[in-house]
Design a binder for this molecule. Structure first.
Ligand code: KG4
Ligand code: ZN
Length: 378
């Protein structure tokens, strides 16, 4: 890791930039190397959710254009306008040591906006550009919690659940990952969003569905738990979405069907308590599968801790059920999760994963040889 020369300041300041989907985010982290103290100096997130909600999902072109408008504004608020422009005018050095930026996976045009911003800063200030895998960023979101850092002993098993990914990953060391299982079709977050859309809930459906589920009966509807008994550690969620659609076609009580889709892209209008029961039943089916497979993986690989990360880790039922199951099946294994507000996409997790990259002391490629990679794998 690059170190400042004075003994007092064995610290590094790293900027993190995230634009892979529908959140523009910039963070400035300060890490003191000798005592591993980490401070989030600045962290700004500009969500595009209200913009995309009008269309019932993310529109990539609009996402990219909105990132263009937001990223400079957030950088300016994070670093300060005069500091941002100084290098071009006077050859200033900037108040950070490295720039971490999401390289992929994500939407091609959206990723490129943040990546080009990162490259520009690296060029203008003469700082290293650290390309970050978005999935590694989600994993690092748990490391941002001081108590989790104290329990950070390898190997750690991750349940990574987001809108685009559902993976069980074993972290053997910083930068050393083994994917134990992944979804064969839809991601868990995608399943939350698509079933919520069928019920007429706004985009993104996950948080709305989980709120309504609180008042519903999770046993009201008998929904499938796809692949729960399959010996592999893989997942499949597309069948669950189909089962919900078929259920809505069959249910007559308080479910009204229309011949064409309404403006939220659904042809069902669900009324009364039945919507709470449907939400609770869908959530229970998704959570059951995620918990069961994670415990199966934990018993197989014997980690020191299990971490749940990614947007779906915001789901209170997932966290409480996983914690409970873990306590029962592997009582010595610690349970880790990100802090509130850092479950979904953010710049702080990208800066943290940038630190992980620097900690490995690997030679970084020059910024001019790097580009966004929409299909990047772990
Ligand atoms: O990690 P993230 O911000 O973006 C991706 O990398 O995909 O995750 C977004 C996903 C969405 O599918 C959203 O519905 C889901 O996280 N999500 C939730 C909850 N909060 C966010 N799913 C279930 N329950 C929640 N409370
Ligand atoms: Zn994400």
């Amino acid at each position: 890791m690059p170190r400042k020369s004075s003994a007092k300041s064995k610290e590094i300041k790293i900027l993190g930039i995230e634009t892979s989907c529908d959140e523009t985010s910039v963070a400035l982290l300060q890490f003191t190397i000798n005592n591993e103290q980490l401070t989030i100096k600045k962290h700004l997130i500009a969500t595009q959710i209200p913009i995309h909600a009008r269309y019932g999902g993310v529109v990539p072109e609009i996402a990219a254009r909105t990132h263009v408008a937001e990223v400079v504004s957030l950088l300016e608020k994070t670093v300060g306008w005069s500091k941002l422009t100084t290098p071009l005018i006077k050859g200033g050095r900037g108040d950070f040591d490295a720039v971490a930026v999401t390289q992929g996976p994500g939407l091609a045009t959206a990723l490129r906006v943040g990546f080009e911003a990162g490259k520009t800063l690296a060029w203008a200030y003469g700082k290293p550009l650290v390309p970050v895998n978005h999935l590694e960023g989600h994993m690092a979101s748990a490391w941002l919690v001081p108590a989790n850092r104290r329990n950070w002993k390898f190997p750690i098993l991750f349940l990574l659940v987001s809108g685009g990914h559902t993976e069980l990953v074993l972290m053997k060391d910083f930068g050393d990952y083994k994917v134990l299982g992944r979804t064969r079709d839809d991601a868990a977050g995608e399943c939350f969003d698509k079933t919520a859309k069928l019920l007429g809930l706004p985009y993104p459906g996950g948080p709305h569905l989980s709120k309504l589920a609180v008042n519903g009966n999770p046993k009201a509807f008998d929904l499938p738990r796809p692949m729960i008994n399959d010996p592999s550690l893989d997942f499949s969620f597309s069948g669950l979405k189909t089962a919900v659609r078929q259920l809505l076609e069959r249910t007559t009580y308080n479910v009204q069907r229309t011949t064409s889709e309404n403006k939220r892209g659904t042809k069902y209008v669900v009324r009364g308590k039945v919507i709470d029961d449907l939400c609770a039943s869908i959530q229970a089916a998704i959570v059951d599968v995620l918990v069961s497979k994670t415990i199966k993986a934990a018993l197989k690989v014997n980690p020191t801790a299990v971490a749940v990360v990614g947007g779906v880790s915001a789901n209170p039922m997932l966290k409480s059920e996983l914690k409970k199951a873990l306590r029962k099946a592997c009582p010595k294994v610690k349970f880790l999760a990100p802090a509130k507000g850092l479950y979904t996409d953010n710049g702080a997790m990208i800066a943290a994963a940038g630190l992980w990259n620097l900690m490995q002391n690997k030679k970084l490629p020059a910024w001019r040889n790097l580009d966004a990679e929409p299909d990047l794998d772990l």
